[in-house]
Design a protein around this ligand. Structure first.
Ligand SMILES: Cc1cc2nc3c(=O)[nH]c(=O)nc-3n(C[C@H](O)[C@H](O)[C@H](O)COP(=O)(O)OP(=O)(O)OC[C@H]3O[C@@H](n4cnc5c(N)ncnc54)[C@H](O)[C@@H]3O)c2cc1C
Length: 261
């Protein structure tokens, strides 16, 4: 095995996300961070490299210039190099367009044996990019993985859903998407790692450089459009029942009043 590519996405900080007037993410309005699920994907890739299953860990992102800080975080964790697709024409791209651009960017990276993505991002929450990527690249896909192992040109692991845990296998190269359970805690960048990251190569890609026409991506040409957005109301505080001998009765009355029983 030679190269693992981890797909990373910079997302607005979890605390203060908001949409612009055109229903695209207001990236300037909140502090951007590397999505936590992607930190976990990087961690598992680094562990595979440390186990001798890969020579190199590359990270790839499609995002604005500011996504450079997410790349630096990935490099300071220990990834070897990075590719950054940054192009104004990408603004407003839907999932299919983003998947197409990412697949075209992967075509620029040599010796890719495994692509690791998060199951779903914490901002777009589409959960579709890994499948779209495997479709465009013509590669097998394993989803919802909570463990992965590599043996030669075979990847195996446990796929967990609400119904249970399934043992699955695919031949490499493949696309794998991982769940929160893939690792307990991603490593924290060390001071040495942060200093080393400053010197690691980051290759900037443009749409024309990866052979994608500006009209294949972007809001004006997207396959789907967000037409409205209504934030969910904040959660109400629950009702507290203090049991002074009639707690059970009070709970039953509450459930009846709410038409829950
Ligand atoms: C109609 C429509 C319009 C949209 N317009 C905008 C917009 O204007 N601005 C905007 O910010 N978003 C927009 N989005 C959302 C945007 O398309 C998605 O963020 C993007 O397609 C990725 O989808 P997701 O975040 O749901 O990824 P998911 O499929 O949930 O992500 C799963 C994994 O795929 C990988 N991945 C996802 N995105 C990237 C990426 N960019 N680079 C590298 N790896 C990645 C990561 O590993 C991630 O953990 C729009 C979506 C739709 C449907």
């Amino acid at each position: 095995m030679t190269n693992i590519v981890v797909l990373i996405k910079q997302v607005p900080d979890y605390e203060n996300r908001q949409l612009s007037d055109d229903f695209t993410l207001d990236r300037a309005g909140s502090d951007p961070v590397l999505d936590e699920i992607n930190e976990k994907a990087i961690e598992v890739a680094l562990q595979l490299k440390e186990a001798g299953k890969a020579d190199n860990v590359t990270v790839l992102t499609a995002g604005p210039a500011a996504a450079e800080s997410a790349i630096r975080r990935a490099l300071s964790m220990g990834a070897d190099n990075a590719y950054h697709l940054v192009d104004d024409d990408m603004h407003g791209s839907d999932a299919i367009q983003t998947g197409w651009a990412l697949a075209s960017a992967v075509g620029q990276i040599e010796g890719v044996d495994l692509l690791i993505a998060g199951n779903e991002s914490s901002d777009g929450v589409g959960g579709a990019i890994p499948a779209i990527l495997s479709h465009f690249l013509g590669l097998p896909q394993l989803t919802h993985m909570r463990t992965i192992e590599i043996d030669g040109t075979t990847i195996t692991g446990e796929r967990e859903t609400d119904d249970g845990v399934f043992g699955v296998e695919a031949s490499l190269p493949a696309v794998v998407s991982v769940s929160e359970k893939i690792v307990e805690q991603p490593r924290f960048p060390s001071f040495k790692g942060i200093m080393a990251a400053k010197k690691k190569p980051v290759e900037q890609l443009t749409l024309s450089g990866i052979g994608v026409d500006g009209e294949e991506v972007g809001k004006d040409d997207s396959y789907s459009v967000v037409e409205s957005a209504t934030p969910k109301p904040p959660k109400q505080a629950g009702e507290k029942v203090t049991d002074e001998g009639e707690g059970g009765q009070q709970i039953a009355q509450y459930l009846v009043a709410q038409k829950l029983v």
